[in-house]
Design a protein around this ligand. Structure first.
Ligand SMILES: NC(=O)c1ccc[n+]([C@@H]2O[C@H](COP(=O)([O-])OP(=O)(O)OC[C@H]3O[C@@H](n4cnc5c(N)ncnc54)[C@H](O)[C@@H]3O)[C@@H](O)[C@H]2O)c1
Ligand SMILES: [Zn+2]
Length: 757
């Protein structure tokens, strides 16, 4: 390191003007181009990487001397750059490129080793950042490439069971993040068909069959030699058949993943020993000694590569894998970069709806022979490209834990985090579930934690990534003994020792319940926001939902910051919510254990009003689909307690009767779509008025015409109804499954003829 030490450089922030500002702008661009990736250019210290001047030719000077000259020149340049940086208001420090490259290469090796041993020290996104910086520096200074270059190596040589050499190396993938790189990939292979599939975030595995029998299963290891995990793999539940109907040697490669649903179920069943994420869980499982552990974890194998000897399989990869009986990764054929881009975007959009973790999309030549003919580079095949998505997991610092009182009285720990961009948004709060989870994950305030926002909408703290990094300043998270709102002693419930405030007049609970009543899923009183609800509750005007319907303009106008206009808006919005009806009123009353689905099923089961539900008794309630004795008991207990509230709501003109939209659709006579499973896609509009119609509304019309609605096209779909701007993927799927495709216009005509609309 030359000048000055980065830790001492002041991260000053000046706002220079005129020529100096221009120079500063240019300097920041130049710094970025040197392969350094400053995060926030405006207030982060920059590292200027200095390349030593190229040594003069050997016949002119001795080697030793020339190195010294190079070092002196670099140092001088460091001095000049740092003076210029200071003048331009950019805090900087200068580092020698060779030193930095070696430092990064060492980091990559150490991080990989820890990662493949199952105890990652940083989140993937941070690891990728280290790799990216190293790649950039080596590209700018090829003569300084380390030997060996970790970027040209794959994985890590971790063998726990028995080493097995791969017949062909198991490689990594070339990464892309821009659409130009996708275009370049297609340009490289003109006229070739390409498949696009999810890049599954699990663990790669090669499964070898000899004369139709499963011979062995081997992990990737360092790409050349892997770990024999055959006994463990025999215990996997999904995707690896014991026998194949194929002669000779067959090698299938794919990804072992833990499905998100399995992961969630496992963590719910093992609150004392939670898994940190599905990938770690899959990797850890294949490191187990005992096949019984594997069986319990229920992993899934999804195939994406195939080699047969003699080559008897069909040339199309997807078809060949399926014919052999494997579950292949979801592959879509694309005949151009534009179509591929569209599929990539669609995979990214649907990322949260899928049951497995993915960190990107993989493009690959669809034809197996063409893929083989394209060959390989040192660490990746030429016939494939990985398009990376934004990370769903990042690390950040847990700055505090606040215990929040919920609408049912549950006291839940909420993590306050240093802002971090994860899963597409900046996260500052995350859930910590309950004190058992905190204890099991060993989380402390001040820890660097792994924050995950995938599949679920609510970000959560998955755990402490590397407890060895602790400084000793971290503090234990202590659950409160009394309610933070009403100071009443708390009770503990259940195995995970959830804390509850049982005081029914607890002010925090009252406010939460009122806010919940006003929320969109319930009464939808959108003009009265949470802050006002809190103030009105503090003033003693609001306590129960029924109190909303007693408010009048004059009372509201007494408040300082409520004027004529907002008072009117509030009252109108409250008035409009009087038609709330059975389903949404039940949701709004926040009865423990009764979910939104419970409310919907009670309506469809024929209950006409909230009072009918309250009077029903256990037997009638458990007769409803998915309602068990516990939910029934909770409904009976709380609706009995809420009886006077139901009466008040009724008196004030609030409807608690079932609404037409919540009833099962009445199928029209001569229903034209009777017995048909229908998928609707694209933008729908009424041909009579030309107005846009929300898809759920159109789907309900189809239901009235006898259809069963499905969300995705499969072999059991009868009709795909297309609106405007239909994506290619649904059509491709329909074609694959032989599903009839009809334009919305035709269906509208049938709906009109059958008097459904
Ligand atoms: N946190 C850490 O410290 C740390 C350290 C090292 C590596 N990592 C992570 O591990 C990954 C690194 O690299 P890698 O080289 O193992 O993987 P990669 O990102 O280069 O991708 C190659 C792998 O993708 C998998 N894959 C999934 N779906 C596929 C598909 N449809 N077609 C083909 N391959 C598919 C295969 O298993 C293949 O081996 C990165 O995500 C990196 O962030 C993290
Ligand atoms: Zn309380």
């Amino acid at each position: 390191m030359f000048f000055p030490d980065p830790a001492q450089a002041p991260a000053e922030r000046l706002a220079p003007q005129g020529f100096r500002a221009l120079f500063r702008h240019w300097l920041l661009i130049a710094i970025r181009r040197r392969g350094v990736v400053p995060l926030e250019l405006e207030n982060v210290r920059h590292t200027v990487i200095l390349t030593p001047a190229r040594p003069p030719r050997p016949h002119l000077r001795s080697r030793r001397n020339s190195r010294r000259v190079a070092a002196v020149r670099a140092e001088r340049r460091a001095g000049v750059v740092s003076v210029l940086c200071r003048w331009a208001g950019v805090a900087c420090c200068a580092v020698d490129a060779g030193e930095r490259i070696q430092e990064l290469a060492d980091q990559v090796v150490a991080l990989r080793d820890a990662y493949y041993r199952g105890s990652p020290k940083v989140a993937d996104a941070e690891y990728d950042g280290v790799e990216d910086e190293l790649r950039g520096l080596i590209e700018a200074n090829p003569e300084l490439a380390p030997d060996p270059n970790p970027l040209e190596q794959v994985g890590s040589p971790v063998v726990l069971h028995a080493p097995v050499r791969h017949s062909r190396p198991m490689l990594s993938l070339e990464k892309a993040t821009k659409s130009e790189q996708v275009v370049a990939f297609f340009d490289r292979f003109p006229g070739q068909s390409v498949v696009v599939m999810p890049k599954l975030d699990g663990l790669s595995l090669a499964v070898v069959y000899e004369d139709g029998r499963l011979a062995r299963a081997v992990t990737r290891g360092d790409g050349t030699t892997g770990d024999d995990v055959t006994p463990l793999v025999r215990a996997l539940t999904g995707g690896i058949p014991e026998r194949l109907d194929a002669p000779g040697r067959v090698e299938v490669r794919g990804e072992v993943v833990m499905l998100r649903s399995t992961f969630a179920a496992y963590n719910a069943a093992h609150p004392d020993k939670p898994l940190i994420n599905p990938r770690n869980a899959a990797a850890g499982t294949l490191r187990a000694k005992d096949p019984a552990t594997v069986a319990e974890r229920r992993l899934q194998f999804l195939a994406f590569d195939l080699h047969t000897d003699p080559d008897s399989a069909e040339s199309d990869l997807d078809g060949a894998l399926r014919t052999l009986g494997f579950t292949a990764a979801d592959m879509r054929h694309c005949d151009g970069a534009e179509a591929a881009q569209e599929v990539i975007s669609e995979i990214e959009r649907r990322r949260n709806d899928l049951d497995y973790d993915l960190d990107g999309a993989v493009l690959r030549l669809a034809d197996r022979d063409a893929y083989a003919a394209a060959g390989t580079r040192s660490s990746s095949p030429r016939g494939a490209l990985a398009f990376k998505f934004a990370a769903e997991e990042k690390t950040t610092v847990l700055s505090d834990v606040v215990w929040d009182v919920g609408k049912t009285g549950k006291i839940a720990p909420v993590a306050w985090l240093e802002p971090v961009f994860v899963g597409g948004t900046t996260v500052t709060r995350a859930t910590l579930a309950n004190q058992e989870v905190i204890r099991a994950r060993g989380i402390r305030i001040g820890d660097t934690v792994l924050v995950r926002r995938a599949g679920d909408v609510i970000p959560f703290v998955a755990g402490v990534l590397d407890a060895a990094k602790r400084t000793g300043a971290e503090t234990e998270i202590v659950p409160p003994a009394t309610c933070p709102s009403c100071a009443q002693p708390l009770t503990e419930q259940g195995n995970s020792r959830e804390l509850f405030c049982t005081n029914v007049s607890c002010p925090a609970q009252t406010v939460r319940r009122l806010i919940h009543w006003a929320s969109r899923a319930a009464a939808d009183i959108d003009a009265v926001g949470g802050v006002w609800i809190e103030r009105l509750a503090e003033a003693g005007i609001l306590e129960h939902p029924s109190d909303f319907y007693r408010l009048d303009r004059e009372r509201l106008l007494e408040f300082d910051r409520i004027g004529e206009v907002s008072a009117t808006r509030m009252i109108d919005s409250i008035d409009a919510s009087r038609g709330v009806g059975l389903r949404r009123a039940l949701i709004g009353l926040a009865i423990p254990m009764a979910s939104d689905g419970t409310a919907a099923r009670l309506c469809r089961a024929g209950f006409g009003s909230l009072e009918e539900v309250a009077d029903a008794g256990e037997e009638a309630l458990v007769a409803v689909e998915d309602i068990g004795p516990k939910v029934a008991a909770s409904l009976i207990e709380h609706l009995t307690r809420l009886r006077p509230e139901l009466e008040r709501l009724r008196e004030r003109g609030v409807s608690l009767d079932v609404r037409e939209e919540d009833l099962p659709p009445v199928v029209a006579a001569g229903a034209p779509l009777a017995g048909k499973t229908v998928v609707v896609t694209g933008a729908i509009s009424d041909p009579r008025s030309g107005e846009k119609v929300p898809r759920p509304t159109f789907q309900r019309l189809c239901e009235k015409a006898g259809a069963t609605i499905a969300s995705s096209v499969s072999a059991s779909t009868d009709l795909l109804v297309t609106g405007a701007d239909v994506g290619a993927s649904k059509l491709t799927k329909a074609e694959k499954h032989g599903v009839e495709v009809v334009d919305q216009g035709e269906i509208w005509q049938q709906l009109i003829d059958a008097n459904v609309v």
